[in-house]
Design a protein around this ligand. Structure first.
Ligand code: GLY
Length: 406
């Protein structure tokens, strides 16, 4: 099943069950200074959970653009190294604003994955918050999930918050066992292990509280439901690929990048990490610039600048000697334009912004590299670059620290 089919199957299933289909909101949250980027499907509904906004519907469903780089949910450094982390991804979600709660949320999720997606039940596990007997009972009694497939975890894994403040609550996650061959091989590897074997692909949050700056939890006016399923993760499971980079969401982008640089892509070779980083960061860059974020030295713009620079650094590993990212972002537009038609019109703007940033950074790299060469020529046999030189390269020239490592 292609990613586009998964998106529409999801929306149709929830529409059939009384949910209004709502469009993805911008990656820049409107009127919310507490968040750097939209990091989950619930962000555009924050005020509905808090009881400050009334909509014409009490059930909604979306596929939402998300960025998790900077801020509370930050996956930037994992990207390229795991099968499942991304800076940009799409989250499928269903939401209830004081309408249904745990029983229905669990039933919808289970029916969708076992009857619509036809995931084999013997590959599925669920988790609940440690004290949430109610959710555990619903999984077991209502959906027949065996007790030994229901795990209980604490705050870190099963209590979800949008940010340091705002709506939050206990959660219940659904995992797919990808099998022994994806295990880290440690004797401790079992459900909940951080490796790529047990893949968490859907989180059901039972929104019950508003967290204030001092950490106090105030009950919400009406308990609510917020769920988030990673489209790329569902595609990975259905398309049985080694990582989300093997799915149709990424393959065209990676294939075109390989053609552009003249290096073959092999998902198991060392260079794969750089292909993955370039593909992931090209997606984040496309959507962030498309939503009006401009590279700069502070706030959102600074996170975007870091993403672009990291992509360029990995592009250099792939053999690019001149600006290339403005081309890989156009592969992203090609891939995503059916789901996000606004990208077609924004494409020339996105390409221009990215090219200007690339040109500037390539110059920075050249200046940094000549200073690095000068300093390295002065080094004694210890080959240790003085800390102040590494700092100057980084601070004055914006030269990435890991490029200075000799
Ligand atoms: N809002 C639920 C999640 O992002 O997992």
């Amino acid at each position: 099943m292609r990613a586009s089919e998964i998106r529409s199957l999801f929306l149709k299933y929830f529409e059939k069950n009384g949910h209004t289909i709502v469009e993805s909101s911008s990656l820049v949250p409107s009127n919310d200074p507490t968040l750097l980027f939209t990091n989950a499907g619930m962000v555009q509904f924050k005020d509905c959970f808090l009881g400050k906004d009334q909509r014409a519907y009490t059930r909604a469903t979306t596929f939402q653009k998300c960025v998790r780089a900077g801020g509370k949910h930050n996956d930037l450094e994992n990207v390229g190294f795991t099968a499942r982390h991304h800076t940009f991804f799409e989250m499928l979600g269903n939401f209830s604003f004081g309408d249904y709660f745990k029983k229905e949320a669990i039933h919808f999720a289970w029916e969708f994955i076992t009857a619509e997606l036809k995931f084999p039940k013997d590959k599925l596990y669920v988790t609940v918050f440690k004290d949430d007997d109610e959710a555990a009972n619903i999984w077991h009694k209502q959906e027949d999930v065996p007790l030994d497939r229901i795990f209980r975890f604490g705050e870190k894994d099963n209590f979800w918050s949008m940010g340091d403040t705002g709506p939050c609550g206990p959660s219940s996650e659904i995992f797919f066992d990808r099998g022994e061959k994806y295990s880290c091989g440690k004797s401790t590897c079992s459900m909940g292990c951080d490796c790529d074997r047990y893949l968490e692909f859907w989180n059901l949050v039972f929104m019950q509280y508003d967290r204030s700056e001092n950490g106090n939890l105030t009950p919400l006016p009406r308990p609510a439901v917020d769920t988030g399923a990673g489209l790329d993760r569902i595609a990975l499971i259905l398309q049985q690929t080694d990582s989300s980079y093997g799915t149709d969401l990424f393959q065209m982008i990676i294939g075109q990048t390989a053609k552009l640089t003249g290096q073959a892509y092999d998902s198991k070779a060392e260079l794969a990490v750089s292909f993955h980083v370039v593909a992931d960061h090209s997606r984040a860059t496309t959507f962030l610039v498309g939503d009006g974020v401009m590279p700069s030295n502070e706030g959102r713009g600074y996170v975007l600048r870091r993403i672009i620079r990291r992509a360029i650094r990995h592009g250099k590993q792939l053999g690019f000697k001149a600006p290339f990212l403005h081309k890989t972002v156009s592969f992203v537009v090609e891939q995503m334009k059916d789901a996000y038609p606004d990208l077609i019109e924004k494409r020339p703007f996105i390409e221009r912004v990215v090219l200007a940033e690339e040109e500037q950074f390539f110059k920075t790299l050249e200046r940094g590299l000549s200073l690095l060469d000068e300093e390295m020529a002065k080094l004694d046999r210890t080959k240790t670059l003085p800390g102040e030189v590494a700092f100057k390269l980084y601070d004055t020239y914006g030269f990435p620290q890991d490029l200075s490592a000799v």
